[in-house]
Design a protein around this ligand. Structure first.
Ligand code: ADP
Ligand code: MG
Length: 240
C-alpha cells in the first residue's frame, strides 16, 4: 500500500548547519508516528520539511505517493499544530477555526457546520463565542487542534502540542488525543515530542532522533523492551 507520508533522503541545511541528515522514513495511512528525541535532534526540522515551511537541500517528500516537494504549505492539504501557531487574539474561537476554511474555499454554510463539528470533536463546542484570552492554555491548544482538523486533513502534524501545558493538563490532553485518534481512524498523525511518556502513550511507532539523524524506528513496544541501540535503551528504557 502507498504510504501516507514518505521522506526520501530529505536533508535540510541552514547555512553551514545541517539540521537534518538525509532522512528516509515512511508513515502508513492511519498510523500515528511519534518523532521522539532530545532538543535539537532535528524533529521540528523534519516536520517543517514535510509541511513545506522549510526547503530541503536534498530529497523529496511524498504524500499518498504524490511528490509535494515543490508545493507551498497551503497546497499540501496537511493539518499543522505547532506551539508558535498562536490563535488570532482579535477573533473569537469560531472565527479562528473558520479562518483557514474560508481560505481553502469552503462555502459559508459548510464552514459554519464544520466549525461546530470540530469544536465539538475537541470538546470546545461551548466556547465558540469566546476570545482566546478568555480561555486557558489547554483550551487554546484544543482550539488550535480544531483549526487544524477543520480542513479534514489526511495527515495531521503536531509539534510539541502539549509542551506549554502543566503536567495535569498534559495528561488530560493525551487522553483527548487518544479519543480523537479513535474517532478519526483514517487520519495519519505525525507527533513530534521530546517526551517519551507522550510518545509511548500515543504512538503506534516511534522514530527516534538524535543529532539530526534517525537512530532507530519501530513499534513502541519494541523500542521500549528490545531497543537495538544504546541510545534507545537510555532514552526510552524503564530507567526513565
Ligand atoms: P528539535 O525540534 O528536535 O529540538 P530542530 O529541528 O529545531 O530540533 O533543530 C535541529 C538542529 O537544527 C539544531 O541544531 C538547531 O539549532 C538547528 N536549526 C534549526 N532551525 C534552524 C534555523 N532556522 N537556522 C539555523 N539552525 C537551525
Ligand atoms: Mg522542536
Amino acid at each position: 500500500m502507498t504510504p501516507a507520508v514518505e521522506f526520501r533522503g530529505i536533508e535540510v541545511r541552514f547555512g553551514r548547519t545541517r539540521a537534518l541528515a538525509p532522512l528516509d522514513l515512511t508513515v502508513a495511512r492511519g498510523e500515528t508516528l511519534a518523532m521522539l528525541g532530545p532538543s535539537g535532534s532535528g524533529k521540528s526540522t523534519a516536520l517543517k520539511a514535510l509541511a513545506g515551511f522549510v526547503r530541503p537541500s536534498a530529497g523529496r517528500v511524498l504524500l499518498d505517493g504524490r511528490d509535494v516537494t515543490d508545493l507551498p504549505p497551503h497546497r499540501r492539504g496537511l493539518g499543522v499544530v505547532v506551539q508558535s501557531y498562536a490563535l488570532f487574539p482579535h477573533m473569537r474561537v469560531d472565527g479562528n477555526v473558520a479562518f483557514g476554511l474560508r481560505a481553502h474555499g469552503v462555502s459559508k454554510s459548510d464552514t459554519t457546520r464544520r466549525v461546530g463539528e470540530v469544536l465539538d470533536l475537541v470538546g470546545m463546542g461551548q466556547y465558540a463565542r469566546r476570545y482566546p484570552r478568555e480561555l486557558s492554555g489547554g483550551q487554546q491548544q484544543r482550539v488550535a487542534l480544531a483549526r487544524a482538523l477543520a480542513i479534514r486533513p489526511r495527515v495531521l502534524l503536531l509539534d510539541e502540542p502539549l509542551s506549554a501545558l502543566d503536567a495535569a493538563l498534559r495528561e488530560d490532553m493525551v487522553a483527548e488525543l487518544l479519543r480523537l485518534r479513535a474517532e478519526l481512524p483514517d487520519t495519519t498523525l505525525v507527533y513530534v515530542t521530546h517526551d517519551q511518556g507522550e510518545a509511548l502513550a500515543l504512538a503506534d511507532r516511534i522514530a527516534l532522533m538524535r543529532d539530526s539523524r534517525l537512530v532507530e524506528t519501530g513499534p513502541c513496544e519494541q523500542l521500549y523492551r528490545r531497543p537495538a541501540t544504546e541510545f534507545a535503551a537510555s532514552f526510552l528504557g524503564a530507567a526513565n
